[in-house]
Design a protein around this ligand. Structure first.
Ligand code: GTP
Length: 828
C-alpha cells in the first residue's frame, strides 16, 4: 500500500476524501488535502477508529449494517455514531463526542450523497420498509431517516446512509416519543415513522400536533412496506433514480457549473451545494477551476484525470519537425513591394505573362492571388497582391509566407516613403530583399541614385561592397525580367528552402471570396505536404472537404504540392487572408475545432462591439484620449479588405485615426448600416454595392456610405474626412442672464440663489458664469435649477427661479448669472 493517497483510500472505502481527512484529524493525524499520502500507520489509525465506533455501536443495536463488509462500514459508523436520535434505543455515547464540524460534515455528506452511490449493494434482510423513506417525505428520501433512528431499532439506520441524520438534529431525539413511532408499530413496515423522520424530527414537538404528518407517515410506510420486499430494503422506489455516475472524467480547463454538472450527471444545484461546502460560491453559469471540480468529483468517487489543455491554435501553428530525409527542395515564394506607382503591378504582370510554367503554357491567366512561373526548369511562386499592406496583414496573423522580397524602386523617382516602409517590413520578417531598379527605360533613370539612397537603409549593392542584389529592369519594356528571376533562384538556393511533399498538408490562405455560383472560394498556398481533392481542411474559422482545386491557369487539378498556389472549393465559409490551413483526418474533430474558434471570435466581437458606442466615443473624444473615425469596411475579396484596412489604419491626421469596427466580404447589408448607426461609423465599400434595403436604411439613418473602385481614392478621401474631423471650432453662445435677488444658506445644499431671469433663459444643462460688478468671478455648471420646488430644464425671462451652482457657494445678491453653451462652428 505504498504511496496510497487519501482520495484513493477514500475511494476504496467508498467514502469521500473529506471524510477520511476529518477522521484523520480526529485521530490526531493532520493532513493537508486529498492528495496527501497515507502511510500504513495512518491507515491503521483510521481502521481502528472504525472498529472503535463499531464496537461502541454494536451492543446497543444488533445493527446488521455494522456487520457488513468494510465497504459500508463508514456508513454504519456514521449512522451509529449519530444515532443518538433515539435515546430510547441507543446509547448517547454512540456518538463519541460532540464535534460540530464533523457532524456537519456527516450531515452534508449524507445530504448530498447520491443515493444510488451509497446504498448497499446487498439486500439487507429483515428490513423491508424501514429502510426506505416514505415517498411523501422528500427530505426523508434524501436524508434518511435519521429519524428513523427514533422509531426503529437503530440498526436499521445503520444500514442506510439515511439512518444517521437524527444525531445531528435535535429533533431526532424526540423521535422516540413521536407518533411516528406508533405509526411504525401499526404498520407492516414497522418503521415508517422513522422515514418521515427528518421533518418530524426537526420539528420536534410539532409532530404531535401534526396528525396529518403522522398520517402521511403511515401511508408512506405502508407503501414502503409493500415495496420493501421487492426492493430489497435498501432502495427507495419513490425517489427518481439519479443517473449512474461516470467512473472517470477528464478535466482540462475551467468549466461552468452547468457543464460540470452535465459531465458528472448530476443536477447543477447539487454541484452548487457541494461547492458551497468547499467555500466556493458559484452560480450555474460561473466557471469553476479544475481543482474545485476535482474535489467535487472525488467526493462522488469519480476518478479524475487532469489533462493539460491543448491549444489547438498552437497545434496548428506548430510545424511538425520533419525528418530531414523526407525533405525535398521547394520553390521560393516571392512578394513584390515598393512605393506607389513604382511599377509593382506592371512587373508582376510582365513576369507572369512571359514566364508561365511550361506545362501550363496556353492556359488562360487567372487571378487567384498568386501564380507560378518557370525558369530554367525551376519554379518560382509570386504572391499577386503587391504592396506591404497584404504582406503585413498576413504576417500579423502569424503567416510567414514570403521567402524573398522584390523591392521595386523607380529609377526616376528614387526612395520614397513606402519604399522605406517596405524595407522595414521585410527586415522585420527577416526576409531577404532583392532590389528591382525599375523604369530603366526612362530618360531620367538614375540607378546610382537609388543605390546611393538605399545605402542609408542598410541595402548596399554588391559592387559597392555590400551584399544586396540590385537588378536594373524595365517592367514596361520587359527588360531584365530573366535577370530578376535568376537572382531569385540564386538567393533561394542559399536559403535551402525545403518541404516534405508527404507531410501533413498545411499552408496559408492568400485570399478568399464568396462566389455566387461556387460558394466560398479560397486561394491557398501549400507550404508543406500535398493537398488533395477530398482532404478535410480547417482554415481559420471555417472548414470543409476540398471539393475541387483550380490552379493559377484555371485548370482543375487533383493535388497541389509545396509552394503551389491553388484555389480550393468546398469550405463552409469564407476564411480570411492570412489564415493558416491544416488538413485533418477527422471531420468531426475539424468541426469541433472550428466551433470553438467561432465562439471565441464571437466573444471577442461582442467585447469590441460593446466598446463601439456613441457614449464611449464621445467620452474618448471629450477626454482627448483618442479621436477616431469609425469605419465599416466591405469589399469584394478578402484580400482587398485586408489591404484597405491595413492602409486605412495607417492614416493618421494630427492624432485622429481610423478604426475599422467591422469588415467583411460581400455587399453592404442592413446589419452593416445598423452597426454604422450604433458606432457612428461611415461605411466604405470597395467594388461592392449596398443592397437596396441597406441603401434605404442608410438614407433614413443618414449613414455615410462611400463606394470606391480604386483603393488609393478610398484612402485619399478618408484622409480628407479625417481632416474634417480635426478639432472643430467652437464659439460661445450666451443663452440668458439672471439677477440674484436673494440668497439662502441651506445646510447640506449650500447657497441657493433666488434669481429673476432678465434676459433669454437659464438652461439647466448649460454652463454658467457668475459676474459681479462686470467681472467674471466663477465659471462652472448648474447644480440645480428650480421653479419653486420643482426641477426645471429651463426658466425663461420674467420668471423667478432658484439656482445652486456646482462647487460654488459664494454667490451674492446683485450677482449676474449668465448661462451659455459652446456651439460648433459649421464649416461650409
Ligand atoms: N516607363 C516605364 N513606366 C513604367 C514601368 N513600370 C511601370 N510603369 C508605369 O508606371 C505606372 C505605375 O505602374 P504600376 O505597375 O501600376 O505601379 P504600382 O507600383 O503597381 O502602383 P500601385 O498599384 O498604385 O501601388 C504605370 O503607368 C506603368 O505603366 C517601366 O518600367 N517603365
Amino acid at each position: 500500500m505504498s504511496k496510497l493517497r487519501i482520495y484513493e483510500y477514500a475511494k476504496q472505502q467508498n467514502m469521500s476524501s473529506k471524510e477520511i481527512i476529518t477522521i484523520l484529524n480526529r485521530v490526531n493525524v493532520p493532513v493537508n488535502n486529498h492528495m496527501s499520502v497515507m502511510d500504513q500507520e495512518m491507515i491503521s489509525k483510521v481502521e481502528q477508529h472504525f472498529k472503535d465506533v463499531k464496537a461502541k455501536a454494536e451492543p446497543q443495536k444488533g445493527d446488521q449494517s455494522s456487520k457488513q463488509n468494510g465497504e459500508r462500514r463508514n456508513q454504519g459508523y456514521m449512522a451509529n455514531e449519530n444515532s443518538k436520535g433515539n435515546p430510547s434505543t441507543q446509547s448517547p455515547q454512540a456518538k463519541p463526542e460532540n464535534d460540530k464540524d464533523y457532524d456537519n460534515l456527516v450531515d452534508d455528506r449524507v445530504a448530498s450523497q447520491p443515493r444510488n452511490e451509497r446504498i448497499p449493494k446487498k439486500p439487507i434482510p429483515n428490513k423491508p420498509a424501514g429502510a426506505k423513506p416514505a415517498t411523501g417525505g422528500t427530505t426523508g428520501g434524501n436524508r434518511p431517516s435519521t429519524t428513523g433512528g427514533g422509531n426503529r431499532p437503530g440498526g436499521q439506520g445503520g444500514n442506510r446512509p439515511g439512518g444517521q441524520g437524527g444525531g445531528n438534529r435535535p429533533g431526532g431525539q424526540g423521535g422516540g416519543n413521536r407518533p411516528g413511532g406508533q405509526g411504525g408499530g401499526n404498520r407492516p413496515g414497522g418503521q415508517g415513522g422513522g422515514n418521515r423522520g427528518p421533518s418530524n424530527n426537526n420539528r420536534g414537538g410539532n409532530n404531535n400536533n401534526r396528525g396529518g404528518g403522522a398520517g402521511r407517515g403511515g401511508n408512506n410506510n405502508n407503501r414502503g412496506g409493500g415495496r420493501g420486499g421487492n426492493q430489497q430494503g435498501g432502495h427507495r422506489p419513490a425517489a427518481p433514480k439519479q443517473p449512474e455516475l461516470p467512473t472517470k472524467i477528464e478535466l482540462m480547463e475551467a468549466l461552468t457549473v452547468k457543464d460540470f454538472a452535465k459531465l458528472v450527471k448530476r443536477e447543477p444545484s447539487e454541484i452548487i451545494k457541494k461547492l458551497l461546502f468547499l467555500g466556493i460560491m458559484a452560480t450555474i453559469n460561473n466557471e469553476i477551476e479544475v481543482d474545485a471540480m476535482t474535489l467535487v468529483a472525488e467526493d462522488y468517487g469519480i476518478e479524475v484525470e487532469i489533462k493539460e489543455p491543448v491549444d489547438e491554435e498552437a497545434v496548428d501553428m506548430l510545424v511538425e519537425e520533419e525528418n530531414p530525409e523526407n525533405l525535398s527542395e521547394r520553390s521560393p515564394i516571392v512578394t513584390i513591394m515598393g512605393h506607389v506607382d513604382h511599377g509593382k503591378t506592371t512587373l508582376l504582370d510582365a513576369i507572369r505573362s512571359t514566364n508561365v510554367t511550361a506545362s501550363e503554357a496556353g492556359g488562360i491567366t487567372q487571378h487567384i492571388g498568386a501564380y507560378q512561373v518557370e525558369i530554367k526548369g525551376k519554379k518560382i511562386t509570386f504572391l499577386d497582391t503587391p504592396g506591404h499592406a497584404a504582406f503585413t496583414t498576413m504576417r500579423a496573423r502569424g503567416a510567414q509566407v514570403t521567402d524573398i522580397t522584390i523591392l521595386v524602386v523607380a529609377a526616376d523617382d528614387g526612395v520614397m516613403p513606402q519604399t522605406v516602409e517596405a524595407i522595414n517590413h521585410a527586415k522585420a520578417a527577416n526576409v531577404p530583399i532583392i532590389v528591382a531598379v525599375n523604369k530603366m527605360d526612362k530618360e531620367n533613370a538614375n540607378p546610382d541614385r537609388v543605390k546611393q539612397e538605399l545605402t542609408e537603409y542598410g541595402l548596399v549593392a554588391e559592387e559597392w561592397g555590400g551584399d544586396t542584389i540590385f537588378v536594373p529592369v524595365s517592367a514596361l519594356k520587359r527588360d531584365g525580367l530573366e535577370d530578376i528571376l535568376e537572382m531569385i533562384l540564386l538567393v533561394s538556393e542559399v536559403q535551402e528552402l525545403k518541404a516534405n511533399t508527404d507531410g501533413r498538408p498545411r499552408g496559408t490562405v492568400i485570399e478568399a471570396e464568396l462566389d455566387k455560383g461556387r460558394g466560398p472560394v479560397a486561394t491557398v498556398l501549400v507550404q508543406n505536404g500535398t493537398l488533395r481533392v477530398g482532404d478535410i481542411v480547417v482554415a481559420g474559422t471555417t472548414y470543409g472537404k476540398v471539393r475541387a482545386m483550380v490552379n493559377d491557369r484555371g485548370r482543375r487539378i487533383k493535388e497541389a504540392g509545396p509552394a503551389m498556389p491553388v484555389e480550393i472549393l468546398g469550405l463552409s465559409d469564407v476564411p480570411s487572408a492570412g489564415d493558416l490551413f491544416v488538413v485533418y483526418d477527422d471531420e468531426r474533430k475539424a468541426s469541433k475545432l472550428v466551433d470553438k474558434r467561432v465562439s471565441k471570435v464571437r466573444q471577442e466581437a461582442i467585447g469590441s462591439n460593446s466598446r463601439v458606442t456613441l457614449d464611449d466615443l464621445f467620452k474618448q473624444i471629450k477626454e482627448g484620449e483618442i479621436k477616431e473615425l469609425n469605419v465599416i469596411l466591405k469589399a469584394d475579396v478578402q484580400g482587398s479588405v485586408e489591404a484597405l484596412r491595413g492602409s486605412l489604419e495607417k492614416i493618421e491626421v494630427e492624432g485622429v485615426r481610423v478604426r475599422v469596427v467591422h469588415q467583411g466580404v460581400g455587399a453592404i447589408n442592413e446589419s452593416d448600416i445598423i452597426l454604422a448607426t450604433a458606432s457612428n461609423a461611415i461605411v466604405i465599400g470597395f467594388n461592392v454595392r449596398p443592397q437596396p434595403q441597406a441603401e434605404k436604411m442608410a438614407d433614413s439613418e443618414k449613414v455615410d456610405v462611400r463606394l470606391y473602385r480604386v483603393i488609393y481614392n478610398a484612402i485619399e478621401e478618408v484622409e480628407a474626412a479625417l481632416k474634417g474631423m480635426l478639432d472643430p471650432e467652437f464659439k460661445e453662445v450666451v443663452l440668458g442672464r439672471a439677477e440674484v435677488r436673494q440668497t439662502f444658506k441651506v445646510s447640506k445644499v449650500g447657497t441657493i440663489a433666488g434669481c429673476m431671469v432678465t434676459e433669454g433663459k437659464l438652461v439647466r444643462n448649460a454652463e454658467l458664469r457668475v459676474i459681479r460688478d462686470g467681472i467674471v468671478i466663477f465659471e462652472g455648471s448648474f447644480d440645480s435649477l428650480k421653479r419653486f420646488k420643482d426641477d426645471a430644464k429651463e426658466v425663461a425671462t420674467g420668471f423667478e427661479c432658484g439656482v445652486t451652482i456646482e462647487k460654488f457657494n459664494d454667490v451674492k445678491e446683485g450677482d449676474i448669472i449668465e448661462a451659455f453653451q459652446m456651439e460648433q462652428v459649421k464649416i461650409v
